[in-house]
Design a binder for this molecule. Structure first.
Ligand code: PMP
Ligand code: GLU
Length: 402
């Protein structure tokens, strides 16, 4: 265990591995042992990367586009990102305000490196995506958690935000559509947050990676697009992993104030250098090519979303709100706490996730990984057949509890 090795850096001893990726590895290892595991753990589209995008990558290889590129991304891709931000988000940026990184996770990490100093406070609404607190802490800043509530669709309330701002507050990390809750912020909610952040000089890190995945007429709005003043205080993070089923290609990007982008580019030039040349060419095609595959994915996710929510709601002890975006459901499970079966005692979300994995081979992520132990997360980025079989197993496992 890193925690027991005294010669490791304090930082290394503090860091926890990503629980979402850890559960995915565990599920895959069990599958390799021949167990029929149904994986609702990791959030990655089960669709294949569209052919036109793959073709662009083949072309790049054949044409010998296999060398270092400018460290912060090729101009062609920055132009495609600029066009996308204008078309989809009504945001105008120039090339020196854009940086391409090795996934949105890497963009977020570069931001943390470029923005946070020791003891800076960074506000993170709970439930949060697993990597935010760790990235903040890795950069010696302090995560400040602010609770959001299911009754309010997990939207951060202005009063709650105001209450946790201090002189040390540097930034707020906002994630809409949200992982794990699926919350899509309304314009009104964003306006209230923007106003407070402007007044208190708080940066907004706006993680918009799930922007294309919204349902029931909900539409993603970038907080940076509200007005010119707020745009100066927002760094928008986005990428191609989720919208184009390209998790393994590792391309993400950020758009924001040029001084911040310049600092991120310097950090990147000293750490990873450029994101993969071939993947950058594929990303140009993803952003500029036909978009019909996105629409098809959204329709399929929507069908699964409705099914999974209805099934979960019919299991005694579980309640579940219908998420407006992303591809996760976040059912409330604390109604099962205190119940037992065989050697299992369901005392918290981890115990429930472990029980489901060991007893019926269904992988989920405990809510504790997202800062709220009363829930678990299921990703429905898996086939309808898996969803049906997986939900049947969950039902049976929960019915066994006494
Ligand atoms: N932000 C959120 C909220 C996510 O769920 C993910 C998922 N991996 C990322 C960022 C990072 O995406 P990627 O690094 O694959 O672009
Ligand atoms: N973001 C996805 C998830 O939350 C992928 C895993 C990760 O990057 O942590 O499951």
């Amino acid at each position: 265990m890193a925690g027991e090795v005294s010669w490791l850096s304090e930082r290394a001893r503090r860091i926890q591995p990503s629980p979402t990726l850890a559960i995915d590895s565990m599920a895959k290892a069990m599958r390799a042992e021949g167990k029929d595991v149904i994986n609702f753990g990791v959030g990655e589209p089960d669709f294949d990367t569209p052919d036109n995008i793959k073709e662009a990558a083949f072309r790049a290889i054949k044409e010998g586009f296999t060398r270092y590129t400018p460290s912060s991304g090729i101009p062609e891709l920055k132009e495609a990102i600029i066009e996308k931000l204008e078309k989809d988000n009504n945001l105008l940026y120039s090339k020196d305000e854009i940086i391409v990184s090795c996934g949105a996770k890497h963009s977020l990490y570069n931001i943390a490196q470029a923005l946070f100093d020791k003891d800076d406070e960074v506000i993170i609404p709970v439930p949060y995506w697993v990597s935010y607190p760790e990235q903040v802490a890795l950069n010696d800043a302090k995560p400040v958690f602010v609770k959001t509530h299911e009754e309010n669709s997990f939207i951060l309330k202005p009063e709650a935000l105001r209450e946790c701002i201090t002189k040390k507050t540097k930034a707020l990390i906002l994630n809409s559509p949200s992982n794990p809750t699926g919350t899509v912020y309304t314009k009104k909610a964003l306006e209230a947050i923007a106003e407070i952040c402007l007044r208190h000089n708080v940066f907004i890190i706006s993680d918009e990676i799930y922007e294309k995945l919204t349902y029931d007429g909900n539409k993603h709005i970038s907080i940076a697009s509200l007005n010119e003043e707020i745009k100066k205080r927002v760094i928008v993070v986005n990428g191609i992993s989720k919208a184009y089923a390209m998790t393994g290609w590792r391309i993400g990007y950020a758009a924001g104030p040029r001084e911040l982008v310049r600092a991120m580019a310097a950090i990147q030039s000293q750490s990873t250098s450029n994101p993969t040349s071939i993947a950058q060419k594929a990303a140009v095609e993803a952003l500029k090519g036909p978009q019909d595959s996105v629409q098809r994915m959204v329709e399929e996710f929507d069908r699964r979303r409705r099914f999974i929510v209805n099934e979960l709601r019919s299991i005694p002890g579980i309640s579940c709100i219908i998420p407006a975006g992303a591809f996760y459901v976040f059912p409330r499970i604390d109604g099962l706490f205190g119940k037992r079966y065989a050697g299992y005692m369901i005392e918290n979300s981890s115990a429930l996730s472990m029980y489901l994995l060991k007893e019926v081979f269904v992988a989920t992520v405990p809510g504790s990984a997202f800062g709220d132990d009363r829930y678990i997360r299921l990703s429905y980025a898996t086939s309808m057949d898996n969803i049906k079989r997986g939900l049947q197993r969950i039902r049976e496992a929960i019915e066994r509890l006494r």
